[in-house]
Design a protein around this ligand. Structure first.
Ligand SMILES: C[S@@+](CC[C@H](N)C(=O)[O-])C[C@H]1O[C@@H](n2cnc3c(N)ncnc32)[C@H](O)[C@@H]1O
Length: 274
């Protein structure tokens, strides 16, 4: 999807974005700050800064954070929170000179990009230490059966939508799966675990988040149809709970370690935000 179209989707959900996402866990934020400081990073460009959910806490911890985003709506929310260094632009063509920052950071962004390798190439160009991303690396297949159950909530909604004649979204797999595919494609130099814990939650909670988030593809489903599908999934799943292991880590594609640009893999395609 072109950057402009993604920006327009985020414009639509920007007013409710913060209310439908959990704030970054303080333990994760502190771990992230330590990992950045250990690598000599103080000036950060956060690509896909959104509403400043991460840029704000990082700035409070003494980092000089510049946020870039394609969505005017998301930037407006960030600005209203007092975040000052904000730029509208595309992750594929950053309006900064080479090595303008100590590092570039992506948080929950790579999975929404059509061409993450190109964005990493650009990020690597402007970050002296390279490009970093907060990711959710998978645990070995088969050791986390609950991760399939997480998908079960989403699958139950898709089944109900299919009964209404609405096909499942073309883009299969959730954000985590897409992120893991990228980590396989472009293995980071380091994966620094910031948090690793087991969480038990009712599937109904997952459905409630799904409902409130009005996920990108679901935005195109008439609200009444979506409400029926979610209700149907809710009665199908009942009070089932799931326990899953959640790992948050900082992936680094470090210039210093690599001795070459991330993009030595290939030249970036040109994507424009205008
Ligand atoms: C899921 S949000 C994450 C926002 C923030 N990092 C967070 O974790 O709360 C993804 C953000 O990336 C932005 N985005 C998506 N594609 C982009 C692109 N090609 N260039 C710049 N920003 C982009 C969206 O506008 C959105 O604000």
């Amino acid at each position: 999807m072109p950057t402009r179209a993604v920006a327009s989707e985020f414009d639509q959900i920007s007013p409710e974005y913060d209310a439908t996402r959990s704030p970054l866990d303080p333990e994760t934020t502190i771990g992230l700050a330590h990992a950045l400081r250990d690598r000599g990073v103080r000036r950060v460009l956060e690509v896909g800064v959104g509403t400043g959910r991460i840029a704000g806490p990082l700035a409070d911890l003494g980092f000089e954070v510049t946020g870039l985003d394609a969505s005017r709506g998301m930037l407006a929310v960030a600005r209203a929170k007092g975040i000052q260094r904000l730029v509208r632009g595309s992750a594929y063509r950053l309006p900064f000179r080479d090595r303008s920052f100590d590092a570039t950071l992506f948080v929950h962004v790579l999975h929404v990009l059509d061409d993450p390798p190109s964005a990493l190439y650009e990020a690597d160009r402007v970050g002296r230490e390279g490009a970093f991303a907060l990711v959710h690396p998978g645990v070995p297949r088969g050791t986390d059966p609950a991760s399939n159950e997480l998908d079960e909530g989403r699958r139950a909604v898709y089944r109900a939508l299919a009964r209404e004649g609405i096909p499942p979204p073309a883009r299969r797999g959730g954000p985590r799966e897409r992120e893991r595919l990228l980590l396989d494609l472009l293995p980071p130099d380091e994966l620094i675990v910031l948090r690793d814990r087991e969480v038990t939650e009712p599937l109904a909670r997952h459905l409630a988040m799904f409902e409130r988030r009005a996920s990108r593809h679901v935005l195109k489903v008439p609200p009444a149809t979506l409400a029926r599908a979610i209700e149907s999934a809710r009665s199908e799943l009942g009070d089932r709970t799931f326990t899953s292991r959640r790992v948050e880590a900082l992936a680094t594609w470090s210039r210093r370690r690599r001795g070459a640009a991330v993009g030595s893999l290939r030249e970036p395609m040109v994507h424009d935000v205008r």
